[in-house]
Design a protein around this ligand. Sequence first.
Ligand code: PEP
Ligand code: CO
Length: 458
Amino acid sequence: MKTWSINSWRKKPAKHLPLYENEAKLNEVLKEISKFPPLVFAGETRTLKQMLADVSEGKAFLFQGGDCAESFEEFLPDNIRDLFKVILQVSLILTVSSHLPIIKVGRVAGQFSKPRSSPTEVINGKELPSYLGDNINSMKFDSEHRKPDPIRLLRAYSQSAATLNLLRAFSQGGFADLSKVHLWNMDFVNDSANKKFKDIQDKVSEALNFMNACGITIEQNRRLRTVNFYTSHEALHLPFEEAMTRVDSTTGEHHDTSAHFLWIGDRTRQIDGAHVEFCKGIKNPIGIKCGPTLDPSELIKLLDILNPENEAGRITLISRFGFDKVKKNLPKLIQAVKKGNKKVVWSCDPMHGNTIKAPSGYKTRPFENIISEVKQFFEVHHNEGTYAGGLHIEMTGKNVTECIGGAQNITDKDLSNRYHTHCDPRLNANQAIELAFLISEEIKKNSKFSINSIKKAS
Ligand code: PEP
Ligand code: CO
């Protein structure tokens, strides 16, 4: 750690960083951003880390969800409200099944930059740089719009600040009040999901009436009126993350104040690479995406570098293998982590390993494969005696048609109806809620694998 500094990543090989034509302009923008107010505070980030430490012991469950890539075009208050609403609904369903607190983390208020499988895109024989996220270039397919433009970082900062402002208002200002749970309905959610959710709302109302009769009122209990909501994104655009990193005056620690939680992508987790170097020195909780090419010994090295003190809550391992690869790949990673006595949260991203190209040409994800990966994730953990601690989903509160299947039975020919994503296909509100109901049995079994239960049993 002696050699770490806020910009020591610059001496390491970095993948998936944009190349700006005008470096002087980029530096000017970064200098400006480095003087902007932080988006989150170190104290909040520490609280989240503590909550994730609880997850690592099986005392809570993590739910992380939001867009694959936020965009300037889809930046609308209703979209933020609907995403927040579905996260609350999913969390309520998961609470009822697990009887545990659900730690709510949005992929929001800063999730812009994307690693792409190819640096260029070819359409009708014309080749241009790939779209890298709205904070870097534009989706419009012409050479001017595809050039990385530093000014976009300023717009992304301001969008993140406004998004976070609204989310803070919703979390603390009464929207999340449990006595208003009936207002969280979504108009288009199908009958069966609606009926099941209505049953939960009735249960909540009954419980609140009972507590009220016992003299425990919502007015007196802030916890029933508000929720803690955290933000996250991939720590990909290192120049921006560096500009947002500040020293916390109360502890002297470095915190990346662009979000509470940051993760390292499956394509940028090289042990000697710039992204790992940067994340090593910031004190935020860090996620590591674990795909099929991650070797168990490499994972242990990553944990030693990123969490040398083996601090609980610091690391969340987000597995994303694909439904047909979980059983082959996940057990060996779990066994290595168990052998090394490493404290981690295990979370499941059932999206990124299950992307296919539909015959229509759209990128999509079959809902049944997503469910299958989640169910196998729980099964593998339970066979290994470990706690399956979280879910990481690409989703939106809107009624989009991007992933095929689910109760609405979205087919390939429906995809073109409302395909709005700027990158990967997301679950719509209906599918996200359905997923939460479909895994209730797995979540119920999960409690046996908390550290307390294991200690009691042995
Ligand atoms: C993502 O989460 O948006 C992403 C690119 O995932 P991964 O790094 O797992 O491919
Ligand atoms: Co994605």
